[in-house]
Design a protein around this ligand. Structure first.
Ligand SMILES: [Zn+2]
Ligand SMILES: [Zn+2]
Length: 178
């Protein structure tokens, strides 16, 4: 049954990494290491960004915990390495592929959750500079972004209903004339 524990450790590490990523983004990337993060905010097109250095930085604890875990047969440490690895991949897929479309692997998704995190990250990018930012997390975002997307969906539904009603009235009107 040990594998259940290892999976739980990897899952807990994954969740904890969202907190680590939020914290690093808010206090380090928009702090002392802004010079590495800046080109991700300037709105220009860079096939490679200095910001990509953060993938290498996060790869270090991942590599160390996996290596030492295997060397000393401490498999809980390997699970931590796996959790960091999975979070890194997830961050790359969600942030770089789905949100920023740096690789056109998926077409734009209409999934509600994807819309929410895309909107939240868009609000993060509204701020071009180091200070006064918002929405530093990626997968867990404040409720106000959920509310905004819900409202948008409600509005577009209402707009569709109005168009439908207008068409129905026009047809009815045409029928009464004939
Ligand atoms: Zn940022
Ligand atoms: Zn971004």
């Amino acid at each position: 049954m040990m594998w259940v524990v290892y999976i739980l450790i990897a899952a807990a590490t994954f969740l904890f990494m969202e907190f680590v990523a939020w914290f690093t983004h808010k206090y380090v990337m928009h702090g002392v290491l802004w010079f590495l993060h800046e080109d991700h905010h300037d709105g220009g097109y860079h096939p490679f960004q200095k910001n990509d250095a953060f993938f290498l930085i996060f790869a270090i604890p991942c590599w160390l915990s996996t290596m030492f875990g295997l060397m000393y047969e401490m498999y809980w440490l390997v699970s931590i390495g796996a959790g960091i690895f999975l979070y890194g991949w997830c961050y790359f897929l969600v942030h770089d592929v789905v949100i920023h479309q740096r690789f056109k692997w998926f077409t734009r998704s209409n999934n509600h959750y994807i819309k929410v995190i895309r909107w939240a990250h868009k609000m993060h990018h509204k701020h071009r500079n180091k200070f006064g930012g918002e929405s530093f997390g990626l997968l867990i975002v404040p409720i106000k972004y959920w509310d905004k997307v819900k409202q948008d969906e409600r509005d577009s539904y209402k707009a569709k209903i109005t168009i439908f009603e207008d068409e129905r009235r026009t047809i009815q009107h045409r029928n009464t004339i004939n």
